[in-house]
Design a protein around this ligand. Sequence first.
Ligand code: ZN
Length: 181
Amino acid sequence: MPNSVQAEVEVRRSRRRKRTVSAYRRDGKVIVMIPDRFTRAEEAEWVTTMLDRLDRSEKRRRRTDDQLMSRAHELCREFLHDKVQPTSVRWVGNMTTRWGSCTTSTGEIRLSDRLATMPAWVVDYVLLHELAHLIEPSHDKRFWHWVDAYPRAERAKGYLEGVAHAVALDLEPCPEEEAGA
Ligand SMILES: [Zn+2]
């Protein structure tokens, strides 16, 4: 499983920033924001510290692959009448254009780890979406009949569209970690 220690890191120096350091993940990269006055040694030290913190906070929040699998079973029961069962569900770090994918022939489901820090109901929506593809491979009426049974389907679609839009606009989210330097 990829973690921030292996991720590409981009350090951004800010003149406005006096004492705070922050780090967040975007597009598979970790952005570390530091005050412009930091020395190279301070930069290196803070990058290590912030990667470690980001990693720990993501691990606390992220469901494990096993938890994803049992959640998938619950969603199948609740929304898909147990018509299908995935053979595996796991996070992947190399998905750049999709939130999730599935292989209908094998029943394998993969979720982009960019979802890992999003609300559980958004992750559930993508998971249910991929599970429904095991019944209906295309985005046809029958497919949406299954997926839209999920009460927060519309809200989750809007949430994900919003995130994709913000990334395209190159907006920065609020920093996830703030620490006094
Ligand atoms: Zn789909």
